[in-house]
Design a protein around this ligand. Sequence first.
Ligand SMILES: [Zn+2]
Length: 602
Amino acid sequence: MARYTQDSIERLREAIDIVELVSQSTDLRQRGSRWVGLCPFHEERTPSFTVDPREKLYYCFGCHNGGDPITFVRESQALDFAEAVEQLADRYRVELKREREDPQEEERRRRRERLLGLLDRAAGFYATYLWDSSEARKAREYLSGRGLSEDVLRAFRVGYAPSAWDRLLTGARRDGFSEQELHAAGLAQRSQGGRVFDRFRERITFPLADSRGRVLGFGARAMRSEQGAKYLNTAEGELYHKGRHLFGIDQARPAISRERRAVVVEGYTDVLALHQAGVQEAVAIMGTAFTSDQLAELARAVGQDGRIFLALDADSSGQEAMLRVARMAEERQLELRVVELPEGSDPADLAAAEGREGVGTRLQKALSVLEFAVGRVLADADRDSPEGRDRALAQARSLIAQAPERSARRDHLVGLVADGLDVPADYVTSGAIAAAPARRAAAAHDPGPDREHGPPPVSAAVATGPGAASLEAERVFLALCLASGSLGREYLARLQEGHFSSALTRRAGGYLSEHFEDPLESLPVDDTELRELVAGAFLHADEDYAVSESSLQLSFLALDMRRIEREVRQARRDGNFPRVSELASDRQRVRNEMDAVMGQAT
Ligand SMILES: [Zn+2]
């Protein structure tokens, strides 16, 4: 990973004017030595967002978002650390210097850059070929027949791979790329006789880019039915990994970040049609099942309290797969909804027929995954026989069991089933449901035989209503701790059970305090969520990111505030009012400490 020197980052920090930077997102007014304004991270009417120009810190007393200018850019634009640093360096005209890398590392980076350059060059070649060659006339006709405009096709760099065996190879070799590099980039393949030829021929090409717009591979659609696979993707390689990328994420990310929602569709042309209709938050999973990597990427882009809409072909993705994604989303406390598509139509048709407004209406009517699944059970049920209704009832019960107990959501589902099968509601809620949640929680987390503390079911976490913001605050704190050496270790030790809002972060906190020195060493192989969270935190920490003690302090105080607020809610529910007033003074203490940290400079 590209590391910038400590010195570069410091010069950058010095150059940044945090008031000017934040003013791009919200109007600030001076109050004493600080500036205040409406928080850009949550909806509010009275300003609780505070900027300290001397410390170059910001903090919101409403939603507890806080940090330094780099955090601000990362959070408000859904960028990673390096991206945020690069953008700020651009803006404040600071030249970034790279740490001297070890030669192997440098070699790897150079190679990666060459492969990226080669892929970018290929995308340019195919795109030019689509518009300029007579051979691509059929492809142009096909695309315009699908209602796609030249503007949108050019924006996504859609192209055409010629039918000749080696057009790309020849050009790339002439530009000094080796055969080995062409292979590694997934652009060439070898016949059994050892002949090397272009992987993509006579196909419409869709460049697949990462969120920064760097082309990693291609999806390519055949023009003739006898060409074999209708869609051919870049082979799994050094840069392209099946199931990890989202088509269109580079184009969609600003809109996803702004609207705090993403629309996930099946295919390339669905994305193009939606963009053309003004729904720029669309990305495609490209024929694979929706993976946790893809969900993680979208979670970063939608940000806190974001929503993800699945407009997928229900048959191809399968109900099981959808429920699996729903569980992953729940763990991340993201809202996941399913858009019902009229029989036999795809999002591209809808976008063409109904435009942005029509699509918006469908998003508003989107269902929760459980509602959707229950709806399908009801639609498929044989309602005419008592046996058929019992079968459907059993299926519906196992779905309902996945909604938190005593929740409005569960109630709503029970109502749907009772109405749909014409049975009394207490039939639906009888016996079978109560036993199911534990089983389901075990399946979702699979804590393994050797872990002492089985995490509580997700539903418990959701029932206490911590929201995505809490989870994010906990993640950030863990990353800051990792980045801060022995100081971080001290802060980590301050965490108590009550500071965690979810099973996942609780697990991560416990794991990190045991494996602080080498967090990647003994990660449990089967705990994907934990691996992802720890690796993410480690990567942030691995950047040459000098965390000031005050940002660590603020981050901890923010968690403490959330803990207190959760306890206040619980105490209110329990009618324990002495505890509520005790907590109120705790809250005041934390607030004062926050003030003190923010005011250290003044
Ligand atoms: Zn706020």
